[in-house]
Design a protein around this ligand. Structure first.
Ligand code: BG6
Length: 481
């Protein structure tokens, strides 16, 4: 008897802008990801509203998944995947975002991807908007700052919900919706860019919380309407929310640190999911927003929409944890959602503190709070891999990271959590979202492509590929090498 349920959705996750490439093929429009240059840890990628000749834009070729998806899905099937989480590039379906009719070539592409998954019995889990808002909408109305976006998003949802009816069951509305609680989510998650003429550093965009929180309100309303629309189109559809769970602990047991941690949790971990899962703004929202000088414009009827459009399940990414203190303290480099380093934990080469027990905590915390089925749709170790002369990669550090997180996931299930599945991030190496580089690798499959523009995109199985295959075959019981 295994700890995890028999139909546990083992798999992996990617996002279109980080793996597809073919950024302007078959009628695809420009997304906000397509105007981001490469970067690396300690050197922010840049946002260039006007594309620069000779500059490297990693999304333009990424790992060529658009043309190689059959080869990649065959490798996923070889590992025994039951589920593949991928995103649809909004700009393949509506190139500028405001067209009335969808682009047939884009729709056809995802028909093929879904059919290929189905051929192997792999359940597609589709993220509708994963960090690639149409840049046309940024230029037209500064994207999610504007309420018009709700209609553009719903047109897009209608097109894909209708087209893929009967072939898809699970959808996620916005990837890491709560990334917009921090300034780094403004462009990628929300398509907000105030200077359309000059390049900006991705990590240091001038910030306006009013825009981000108003944008979030529009996204939350859009998400709730999308949930309702999906059920009208196909009562079998199941639509989930998707957040970054940033496990957080008080730095000390000083009551002021405990309060600082509570405030952090409310803002980063609960604000969006309270609304998406419980259907209303939480009582604490007003004071938090007041303190930031934010005033949200709501339309009559919004409260009713939020109430009626609660999600069917909750998903999240989990990579790291941090600590909170009421004292003035420097944020640790790499802790992208703020906080200070935990003295008991080690960090990855990118400064993300590794905390497997934090995943057990996260699962219990979310299940206690919402009581809805959960799924871990991202988790993994971004690391520098070394390709050996014989084509192998001995990524024991990745196996160790994943094993320890799966162990904690199983603990959480024994604690009583209803866990649907696990799709580790970047099951095939792809471009990093935060730094825009290839060097930060997550995959079970190595892709021979480098930041200097060299490499033939060949796919090579890492040691973790064979390990994960055994894990899946044993439904998580055999975690040894
Ligand atoms: C999540 C995103 O933030 O984490 C992914 O949903 C992203 O798009 C992943 O790639 C890992 O982050 P990074 O910056 O290492 O690519």
């Amino acid at each position: 008897m295994s700890v995890l349920r028999k139909d546990f959705l083992w798999g992996g996750a990617t996002a279109a802008n980080q793996c597809e490439g073919a950024w302007d093929h078959d009628g695809k429009g420009v997304s906000v990801a397509d105007i981001c240059t490469g970067g690396r840890f300690g050197q922010s990628k840049r946002i260039t509203p006007v594309l620069e000749e000779g500059t490297f834009y990693p999304s333009h070729e990424a790992i060529q998944h658009y043309d190689r998806f059959k080869e990649d899905i065959a490798l996923f099937a070889e590992m025994g995947f039951k589920c593949y989480r991928f995103s649809i590039a909004w700009t393949r379906i509506f190139p500028n975002g405001d067209e009335t009719q969808p682009n047939e070539a884009g729709l056809r592409h995802y028909d093929e991807v879904i059919d290929e998954c189905r051929r192997y019995g792999i359940e597609p889990l589709i993220t509708i908007s994963h960090y690639e808002v149409p840049f046309g909408l940024t230029k037209k109305c500064n994207a999610w700052v504007s309420r018009e976006m709700i209609d553009y998003f719903l047109n897009y949802c209608r097109a894909i919900f209708t087209r893929y009816k009967g072939k898809v069951k699970y959808w996620l509305t916005f990837n890491e919706i709560n990334s917009a609680i921090a300034p780094m989510g403004a462009l990628l998650n929300q398509g907000i860019l105030n200077d359309l003429t000059h390049p900006t550093e991705f990590m240091h965009q001038p910030d306006q919380p009013q825009q981000r929180f108003q944008g979030l309100h529009h996204q939350l309303v859009a998400s709730a309407l999308a949930v309702q629309m999906s059920h009208e189109i196909d009562p079998d559809y199941r639509v989930g929310s998707m957040m970054i769970y940033s496990a957080s602990y008080p730095l000390t047991c000083r009551p002021s640190d405990v309060l600082a941690n509570q405030k952090y949790n409310r803002l980063y971990n609960y604000y969006c999911t309270d609304i998406q899962a419980r259907g209303a703004y939480p009582a604490y929202a007003k004071r938090l927003l007041d303190e930031m000088g934010v005033e949200i414009q709501m339309h009559p009827g919004d409260a009713e929409i939020l109430k009626k459009g609660t999600v069917d399940f909750i998903t999240f990414s989990y990579y790291m944890s941090s600590c909170q203190t009421a004292e003035k303290a420097e944020s640790g480099e790499g802790n992208i959602l703020g906080g200070v380093p935990n003295p008991y934990l080690k960090a990855s080469d990118w400064g993300w503190q590794i905390d497997p027990e934090g995943l057990r905590y996260a699962l219990n915390d979310l299940y206690d709070r919402y009581g809805k089925p959960l799924m871990v749709v991202e988790n993994g170790l971004g690391a520098k891999d070394e390709l050996q002369a014989d084509g192998t990669v001995n990524d024991d550090y990745r196996i160790d990271y994943l094993r320890r997180h799966i162990e904690q996931m199983k603990e959480a299930v024994q604690d009583g959590v209803d866990l649907m599945g696990y799709t580790p991030w970047g099951c095939i190496d792809l471009v990093s979202a935060s730094t825009g580089e290839y060097a930060k690798r997550y995959g079970f499959i190595y892709v021979r492509r480098y930041d200097n523009g060299t490499g033939d995109f060949a796919r090579l199985k890492k040691k973790s590929f064979y390990w994960y295959k055994k894990v899946i075959a044993s439904n998580g019981e055999n975690l040894s090498d």
